[in-house]
Design a protein around this ligand. Structure first.
Ligand SMILES: C=C(O[C@@H]1C=C(C(=O)O)C=C[C@H]1O)C(=O)O
Length: 143
């Protein structure tokens, strides 16, 4: 409910104030997430340029698997759904790899890089969805 809207019948002023205060904290956290993501992308762009300069592939599936394992553990400790944490990381990594492909000029018409000859096929790339929430089967809040 936006500030200019009328109070719904039944909700007292105290509840409305509490809602506003909680939402302020949510807005602060959302702002922090945006700033953190912006910083992360600054560094990943640096990685992308380094890889392009030295002929390294845009994606590193082994590193990704380690990151996923680590973040799933952190999520469990924080009582966040690990499946959600994994989807969220995959969503970000997919965008990063896309940037790296663009930097390297290896982007194909459908947006993904052609698989390099000799690229490893024994390392499974995590399945990357298009949205962190679309196929979630469990609540992202707590597990
Ligand atoms: C940033 C890198 O490139 C890709 C993106 C990653 C990420 O966003 O964390 C991790 C591995 C790579 O697939 C990297 O290799 O470190």
């Amino acid at each position: 409910m936006a500030a200019h809207e009328e109070l719904p019948a039944g909700a007292g002023q105290e509840a409305i104030d509490e809602l506003g205060s909680i939402r302020q904290s949510i807005d602060n956290i959302d702002a922090a997430l945006i700033h953190l993501l912006a910083e992360r992308f600054k560094f990943t762009q640096q990685v992308g340029r380094l890889k392009a300069t030295h002929g390294l592939p845009p994606a590193d599936p082994e590193r990704e698997l380690l990151q996923i394992q680590r973040l799933r553990g952190l999520a469990e400790e924080a009582r966040l759904d690990p499946a959600f944490a994994e989807k969220f990381l995959n969503f970000i990594i997919a965008e990063v790899i896309h940037h790296h492909e663009k930097i390297a000029g290896t982007e194909s018409a459908n947006g993904s890089a052609p698989r390099a000859a000799g690229a490893r096929t024994d390392v499974a790339r995590p399945v990357v969805g298009t949205s962190p929430d679309s196929s979630a089967t469990t609540s992202p809040a707590t597990s």
